[in-house]
Design a protein around this ligand. Structure first.
Ligand code: KG4
Ligand code: ZN
Length: 334
């Protein structure tokens, strides 16, 4: 079964053709990041306009690269929540139009569920149930994936998402948006124990995260040093901050796995490309005898291949949209 997938929830316009949820035949991603860099973050109005311009060429390219026409497509999967509402509406309305005109069924797909599904492409043997740590620019969740379309939130962030904290810390050090990737690279040459940063915990909620205090602590460290004319070693600051974030993420994730008795662990979302997060969990899971899966680095960020994968399982579960499908800025993964 071939699915044409469309993604436009943030600053990437993407389309892909995916077979049976696991085989990517084509995948096209048009990134707007260079334009948003000028403003230090995503400007929603600009994002919507760029999606409107890019959607037709990107979808055409995905079909061309797969060497198929609409006649070969069995379903159209589209990201309908959560994300920037104006950005989502471009993809949803385009997909609705295409579905109405062609008679091809439309499958509404949740963005975070799609991030999880990037693992089905990278790890063909992976099947639910498993425990997943989803860490992106807007969300940080620990989710029990009971089945492809049945999930339960075990923990969540109370304030900032991990990606957001990485980006703000990086911006304070003068790195361009989205700074998480640059910070990760610079951290490789630093000492993770050079600076002591807090490990915020949420009282009575051992699986929840809180990154805002940690983010403020690193920003204060940088500003206070600048005011005193002290030059900090940037690599050491990056390494200490990365270590603190990864420590919070892995501690809660591994505790949840132990308490729930789950021995199959998965990571997903933009921050799952972080090298320390990947190596730490790989080592910890090996020590504990757990299975551990992660997406290929190329599939960690926003793309439509993962939408085509999750869309397949949504279709199998009977999740077909009606003509009144709308987009939603927020929506639980459950
Ligand atoms: O999942 P994603 O592409 O978009 C959302 O759905 O939010 O995640 C983007 C986030 C950004 O905050 C970016 O800085 C972060 O993922 N990110 C990283 C790395 N690569 C991307 N954070 C830390 N280390 C990385 N290597
Ligand atoms: Zn995303």
């Amino acid at each position: 079964m071939k699915i044409l997938a469309i993604e436009s929830s943030c600053d990437e316009t993407a389309a892909a053709v995916v077979e049976d949820g696991r085989r990517v035949i084509s995948s096209v991603v048009a990134s707007q990041v260079e334009e948003h860099k000028l403003y230090g973050g995503v400007v929603p109005e600009i994002a919507s306009r760029r999606h409107a311009e890019a959607i037709v060429p990107v979808v055409s390219q995905a079909l061309e690269q797969a060497d198929v026409t609409l006649g070969d497509i069995d379903a159209i999967a589209v990201t309908y929540a959560p994300g920037l509402i104006g950005a989502l509406l471009v993809g949803v309305n385009f997909a609705k139009g295409l579905s109405l005109a062609s008679g091809i069924p439309l499958v509404p797909t949740h963005h975070l569920r799609s991030h999880i599904a990037s693992n089905y492409i990278s790890n063909l043997e992976l099947k639910p149930p498993f425990l997943c740590l989803i860490v992106s620019g807007g969300h940080s969740h620990i989710v029990m994936v009971e089945d492809y379309t049945k999930m339960k939130i075990i923990g969540r962030t109370r304030d900032d998402a991990a990606g957001e904290a990485f980006d703000k810390a990086a911006r304070t050090m003068g790195m361009p948006y989205p700074g998480g990737i640059a910070l990760d690279k610079v951290a490789e040459d630093g000492d993770p124990h050079a600076f002591t940063l807090p490990r915020p915990v949420v009282h009575d909620a051992p699986y929840d995260f809180s990154f805002s205090g940690l983010k403020t602590a690193v920003i204060n460290l940088i500003h206070n040093s600048a005011q005193k004319g002290i030059e900090l070693n940037k690599a050491d600051v990056c390494a200490s901050f990365r270590y603190a974030v990864v420590d919070c993420l892995t501690t809660n994730f591994l505790k949840a796995a132990e308490d729930l008795g789950v021995k199959r662990l998965v990571i997903a979302g933009g921050v799952s490309a972080n090298s320390l997060l990947r190596s730490t969990l790989e080592a910890e899971c090996k020590k504990r005898g757990y299975e551990f899966y992660m997406p290929a680095k190329s599939l960690c960020g926003d793309n439509a291949a993962m939408v085509g994968s999750q869309g397949y399982y949504e279709y199998l579960s009977g999740n077909i949209a009606k003509t009144d499908l709308n987009a939603f800025a927020t929506m639980s993964i459950e």
